[in-house]
Write a protein that binds this ligand. Structure first.
Ligand code: HEM
Length: 475
């Protein structure tokens, strides 16, 4: 039996918008918000998933139902959240009652039991081992490598040259992760890694839409064959990195992440990580650590080229602060506008564009109560474009990231790095890398957009540009 009633908002942010009256539909002892009916969902899947852009579905749910929407797929309850308080509830307040949802767990077919896909005690142990490599003091040592690599890249360009900025940023970010975290050169492997990851990204939405993909991963289906080939080439590169590292430094801990992972011992059993575990962590951190930053930088260059006044202010800051020398860690606090530019770019084009969790126990959110095994989705792309928190949301305006403007917003109106116990371990690394690369390149070049290009987003594991973005290097 279903019955609808309304109750006042549980904790809406004062001054942001009028407190909504929540409509509650009681069914089977639980309390649901309104949303799509089953048949409508199938219609919507046809309408929105065919062009393989799930963002359209999320935008539709936010536009039609506002802060929270419920629908069912078969027997599964699915809830879309577009309210900072509800998002905080799931990420921060309910860590015991939620795990990653199925499509993220499915990434195990590529990432194994790495930091992104593992759960529970195993995840906590791996996170403890990896954490020191990401501590503020530790990543400070990476700043010089980031700047040097960016300087080499900018030196390889010449005035008037045109290029695919996405490909340039991918290669640069990949070299930086390899050198800083794994103390290895991947220059010769960069193109191969990039290629394999591109193959996997192209297939990703197809793979996760296959019911029981894990079960027939070895079936001779064309997409799966390509995936297996790309994965095994990627594995080959990673196993070589492990072997090289072992040959060079043995079991010594020389401070990089790979040494820490190799030297770590299980507190109970005293065993070191197997090569398989090492592989899982390395692939995870490689992919999480370069794809995201490279996409964020690509979108930033696009937005700067489209917004000349912002670009001018950004270039002025870089020239004033650096006065012709390469940026260092000490310059970061002065490169404030550059950081605001990067932040605003990740608002409009968040590399992690959506997140999801699945409950393992009943979960209460405001006036609602959901059964175990409910899926919760929320989207940085959608919430960060919400006019209630970001007026005139499509305007690129770094002023939204002054300390005062940030303090006036609820914490989870902007969450490019997630939050709670699974918050991005590489967040400080990413901010530092983004600002240093932007400043180093802008010191020598301006990048302009070639005319008549089609610009669109492609939501895969990360938010990629759908078509290459061609830019011209200008002195
Ligand atoms: C702009 C750049 C980046 C963005 C937008 C980003 C975003 C995110 C988000 C949203 C999560 C949480 C996913 C979830 O809870 O479901 C996450 C987790 C993670 N990120 Fe990042 N990330 C970035 C850069 C990096 C870098 C540079 C590294 C490493 C070098 C990294 C490594 C990781 C790892 C290992 C996790 C899993 C953490 C855990 O579950 O314990 N990320 N990232």
């Amino acid at each position: 039996m279903a019955a609808a009633n309304t109750s006042p908002s549980p904790g809406d942010q004062p001054g942001q918008q009028p407190a909504p009256q929540w409509t509650v539909i009681e069914r089977d002892g639980y309390r649901f918000p309104p949303g799509l009916s089953l048949n409508l969902l199938f219609y919507l899947r046809r309408r929105f998933f065919k062009p393989s852009n799930p963002i359209l579905l999320f935008e539709h749910l936010a536009g039609t139902y506002g802060r929270i929407a419920h629908y069912k797929l078969g027997w599964q309850h699915i809830v879309f959240l577009n309210h900072p308080d509800f998002i905080r509830e799931i990420l921060v307040n309910h860590p015991q009652e939620v795990i990653k949802e199925r499509t993220q767990r499915r990434m195990k077919i590529l990432l194994g039991e790495g930091l992104i896909t593992s759960e529970g005690d195993f995840h906590m142990r791996q996170r403890r081992i990896a954490a020191p490599a990401f501590h503020r003091q530790r990543i400070a040592a990476y700043a010089d490598v980031m700047t040097q690599r960016a300087a080499l890249r900018r030196a390889s360009w010449h005035a008037g040259q045109t290029m695919d900025i996405g490909a340039e940023m991918m290669q640069l970010a990949l070299e930086i992760v390899a050198r800083t975290l794994f103390n290895t050169e991947v220059t010769s492997d960069v193109l191969q890694i990039n290629h394999e990851v591109n193959v996997i990204m192209d297939l990703y939405n197809y793979l996760i839409s296959l019911p029981l993909a894990e079960a027939y991963l070895y079936a001779p289906l064309p997409g799966l064959t390509r995936f297996r080939r790309a994965r095994s080439r990627l594995n080959g590169v990673v196993h070589r990195i492990i072997a090289d590292h072992r040959a060079r430094v043995g079991a010594a801990d020389n401070g990089d992440l790979l040494s820490m992972l190799m030297a770590s011992r299980d507190e109970e059993g005293g065993g070191v990580m197997t090569d398989e575990q090492l592989r899982d962590e390395i692939i995870t951190i490689f992919l999480a650590g370069y794809e995201t930053v490279a996409n964020a930088l690509t979108w930033t260059w696009l937005l700067l080229a489209q917004n000349p006044e912002v670009a001018q202010r950004f270039h002025d800051e870089v020239a004033r602060v650096l006065n012709g020398r390469l940026p260092t860690l000490e310059d970061l606090p002065q490169l404030r506008y550059t950081e605001m530019v990067f932040a605003e770019s990740m608002r409009l084009y968040p590399p992690a564009w959506a997140m999801g969790r699945q409950s393992t126990a009943p979960v209460a959110l405001g006036p609602y109560r959901f059964p175990p095994r409910t899926y919760f989705f929320f989207s940085q792309y959608v919430t960060q474009r919400d006019p209630a928190y970001f007026p005139d949301p499509l305007r690129f305006d770094p002023e939204r990231f002054t300390p005062e403007a940030k303090a006036a917003r609820p914490r989870f109106a902007y969450f490019p790095f997630g939050g709670g116990a699974r918050q991005c371990i590489g967040e400080s690394f990413a901010w530092m890398e983004g600002v240093l690369i932007l400043a180093t390149i802008a010191q020598q070049w301006r990048l302009s957009l070639l005319p008549d290009q089609q610009i669109d987003v492609q939501p895969k594991i990360t938010l990629r540009p759908k078509y290459p973005i061609h830019m011209r290097v200008e002195g």
